[in-house]
Design a protein around this ligand. Structure first.
Ligand code: KIV
Ligand code: ZN
Length: 518
């Protein structure tokens, strides 16, 4: 197996995505998680670009161990000086210099001749080499440069001491076979190429960044530059999790492996998405919310018999906490029965038939049947109340200033008692949660909230996914509502109900249903 080094540029190229900028504290937290994830090199920013970025690179160099830190610089002395200073404390470091090489960049952006560009590349690599031994050089827009000049500039920087040659597909133009073949030609024809490492850096304008990176690996590169969630300029960069999982899943075919600890993939992806306010598409491979969810009855049936029937990766190994079965109008009896049994219940065949009919009626009216709705259906089928609490009413007073206030009415289904509770907070969700918590018999921590808009226009409805923690375990509740605050309140209630049930703080008023395990 060839070991492929993953060079993470989430905090530099990724951060160049519009609206994705991070403050130094956020960068430090993410850099530590990247190190734990097992990336080999981190490019934490562009030191000359701002005092904040300088400070972030400097602190990451001091505080993050076990990875090589890369100081990014244009091929100018001031940038190199800043990158040298910012990375001084790193355990291991390299400098990364770039300079445009394509005619279109030279003519319209740099306004320099090829001779001038070669001269700058030579002198700046030689200058950087005075301070740091490991020098990476990137001829920007390499894939639109043409062999002759590309070979010339790469040969020149190798002669001056560059140790890593990165060939960026800056505008995401290359096709996989072209990109692979370009590396093969460079490695064959450029003098000094056997002494250096080669690196791929792909943008995703045509959705080919991962495919191009794999083609480069096949051609012999030992480093690939990636970003978490594929964030980056325009359509982004090669996605770390997609590439890592392609290599992991097809390692025999590729003869390659990475140092990624897959169990951290999902949490890092979530953290980066939140910190950058950059949502992940539902159907994004590996980390999208639908990536391991199945609604079709035939698929659900197959999965319940053997996960491998419709899944090529195990979400548990990626640290993905979600359930694989989504109940909707395509779901069959097998999946519904399975979900009911996950709540510790077994229904007779007759009860199952009644439930199935009611389920299909509800599923026809909405996209997904949530767990608390299923529990309601099971309850009405067996004439029992299975949910510990029902949120009967909630009202929130919100505005632009002052504290937000919420009042809620919640029924304790075991005793029939109704309680009205109220809470305040700096934001409406905080006020709602403060109020609702008062009725709960156990300590529940509000851990996470995901909010999605499910439609457009004034009638748009929102979906809330709330995760709570109780007794060292996580519980998720999902709800959809035209009033997003109601969606949050119901999702919170659903998550708390699971926690209360599982922590044994509720005895069901159950008739005619056998509560397995209770
Ligand atoms: O896309 C690109 O060309 C880059 C280089 C500066 C490496 O990000
Ligand atoms: Zn780039």
């Amino acid at each position: 197996m060839r070991r492929i080094h993953l060079f993470d540029t989430t905090l530099r190229d990724g951060e160049q995505a519009p609206g994705a900028s991070l403050n130094p504290e956020q960068k430090i937290v993410i850099a530590k998680q990247l190190a734990q994830l097992g990336v080999d090199i981190i490019e934490p920013g562009f030191p000359i670009s701002s005092p904040g970025d300088f400070m972030a690179v400097q602190r990451i160099s001091r505080e993050v161990q076990g990875v090589e830190i890369c100081g990014f610089a244009r091929s100018v002395k001031e940038d190199i000086d800043a990158a040298v200073r910012a990375t001084e404390a790193a355990e291991r470091r390299r400098l990364h210099l770039f300079l445009s090489s394509s005619n279109i960049h030279l003519d319209f952006q740099l306004r320099k001749s090829r001779e001038q560009v070669i001269q700058i590349a030579r002198s700046m690599v030689a200058y950087a080499k005075r301070f740091v031994d490991r020098i990476e050089f990137s001829p920007m827009d390499a894939t639109r440069t043409g062999d002759e000049f590309l070979f010339e500039i790469i040969e020149a920087v190798i002669a001056e001491g560059a140790t890593i040659i990165n060939i960026p597909d800056t505008v995401g133009y290359a096709l996989p076979e072209e990109y692979g073949a370009l590396f093969t030609r460079v490695m064959k024809n450029v003098r000094g190429s056997s002494q250096v490492e080669f690196s791929a850096h792909c943008h995703n304008d045509l959705g080919l960044a991962v495919a191009n990176s794999l083609a480069a690996i096949r051609a012999g590169v030992t480093q690939v530059e990636v970003t978490v969630n594929g964030v980056g300029e325009r359509a982004g960069n090669c996605s770390l999790e997609e590439l890592a999982m392609a290599i992991e899943t097809r390692k025999e075919a590729l003869g390659a492996e990475t140092g990624i600890r897959t169990e951290h993939i999902y949490s890092v992806s979530q953290k980066v998405s939140r910190a950058m306010s950059f949502p992940i598409a539902f159907n994004k491979p590996v980390v999208g919310r639908n990536a391991f969810q199945h609604e079709a009855g035939i698929h659900q049936d197959g999965l319940l018999k053997n996960r491998n029937t419709y899944e090529i990766m195990d979400p548990d190994r990626l640290g993905i906490p979600r359930s694989m079965i989504i109940l909707g109008k395509h779901s069959g009896r097998h999946a519904i029965k399975h979900r009911v049994s996950q709540f510790g219940m077994e229904l007779t065949d007759d009860q199952m038939e009644v439930l199935y009919t009611r389920f299909k009626e509800l599923a026809d009216q909405q996209k997904i049947v949530q767990d608390h709705q299923l529990m309601g259906l099971v309850g009405s089928t067996v004439n029992a109340v299975l949910e510990p609490y029902t949120l009967v009413h909630a009202q929130v007073l919100t505005g632009t200033t002052g504290h937000r206030m919420a009042s809620c009415t919640i029924t304790n289904n075991a005793t029939g008692e109704q309680r009205i509770c109220s809470g305040t907070g700096e934001a409406p969700v905080e006020a709602l949660v403060a109020g609702m918590r008062q009725v709960l018999p156990i300590q529940v921590e509000f851990d996470d909230l995901e909010l999605y808009s499910l439609s457009s226009g004034e009638e748009a409805s929102g979906e809330a996914i709330v995760t709570v923690k109780a007794g060292g375990k996580s519980y998720r509740g999902v709800s959809e509502h035209r009033d997003v605050l109601m969606a949050v309140a119901q999702a919170f209630m659903a998550a708390c109900n699971q926690a209360v049930r599982e922590q044994g703080a509720f005895s069901e008023t159950t008739e005619g249903v056998s509560a397995a395990g209770h």
